[in-house]
Design a protein around this ligand. Sequence first.
Ligand code: GLC
Length: 510
Amino acid sequence: MDSTKITVAKATARRKVSEARIPAHESTVSTVAPVDPNAGKTKILFVASECTPYIATGGLAEVIGSLSKALAATGRFDVRVVVPLYSDIKWEYKQQFNYIGNIYVPLAWRNQYCGIFSYEKDGVTFYFLDNEFYFKRPGCYGYFDDGERFAFFSRSVLEIMPFINFFPDIMHCHDWQAALAAIYLKTNYCFNEQYQYIRALFTIHNIEYQGIYSLDILSDLFDIYGRYKYLVEYNNSINLMKGAIECCEKFSTVSPTYAQEIKNPYFAHDLDPIIRRNEFKLCGILNGIDYVSYNPETDTHLFANYSAENLSGKAVCKEELQKMLGLPVKPDTPIVAMISRLAAHKGLDLVTTVIDEILQDDVQFVLLGTGESHFEGWFSDLAKRYPDKVSANIVFNGDLSRKIYSGSDIFLMPSKSEPCGLSQMIAARYATIPVVRETGGLADSIHALENGYSFTNYNAHDMMYVVRQAISDYKNKEEWTKLMYRAATSDFSWNQSAKQYEALYEDILK
Ligand code: GLC
């Protein structure tokens, strides 16, 4: 740290946890107190590798973007979010960011430039950390040096705190890319008085990706001293997710059912002994979705708007979708849709096993997504075999996804495992009936006949039976309309979940 930063840092009043509710204007260090809108609020710093609307590859980004906003809206939190400044962040956003300065970040023998940009929106302050060597590349992940890139990012998060004059009460780290922030806090930083009251919460959005590296690079690349090796060592490798679980005060997952599931080897990708040993600090909180963005009454991507009470616009959405995708316009033929990453754990092998049988019914099938090439090829081929019944869209397209959520009748999500899943909630809000497998957040959000259909066993014919049940129930217009109403009015807003995070933060700060 250079001397300027130390001066800034010294001028920073670090409130003790026991004083966390004392407004800043009553604290002993205030001089001519400027009015601080965040005075007295609990300070939360989200550390994550992506965040909507700036940069997104999946559900993690949506949760970071919408949960931060929901927490800020309570008026009780000063919420800030820090993410890398990737070159893929669109210029329309970048041009609004404010450059607030730069620091040099030490990591083992490296000393790297870190530019800091900030931006405020919806009561949340966002920080974007710039280093072109690490982040001026297409996409977010998949590089040989991802370990080093996110080590730099995590270390920078701690290093910028004196510079931005913000030492959070809770540093809330998400997924393995932010795991090192919690690990560095509890190894290298917490002995410094400015950092000593920061508490760490680690949220697992998907246990499959743990950040596993060779032990050889422990000190040279991750700058973790030998005496702390035991924290990150697992199965003869470095496991960053394991390290964060060991270091944090509490850790959570994105649904209560998934919190139970990851104690079991079937779901835990080898980490179950660590989860079980630390289960005293584990909890599960179901994600919500952004009710402003996902609102069929106002969504500008839709062919027509509609509401749970008046669904007439949904018929227009369906007709226009059928035209757009080149399917016969048939108002009474149900459209079964899937919007999914084409990855094995999404249950695609169940679909490929029985879709030919399902297509014997009077039904259309619409797919949107990219992923594993064998699935991309398989579904493209399916569309060629059934040109009048199947539309396979092997692209990532936000606009088309909303047209499909609104224009379809049944939404299929047969995941083998699903930490939370947001698509089933979006579909329900758009009155498209979810058919899900009872796992993780799917089991916590969709309840048979209340707001959708579900099946228990990971079995293609169990799935087929339930899909066929939905197709047949669809013909009973009166009952189906009631089901659509119940689905569209299920509460998937952040209201409940933000309260649960609030309680969790309070618990951690006790
Ligand atoms: C991950 C999970 C998904 C969850 C999302 C947001 O992408 O796979 O189930 O909804 O994170 O938490």
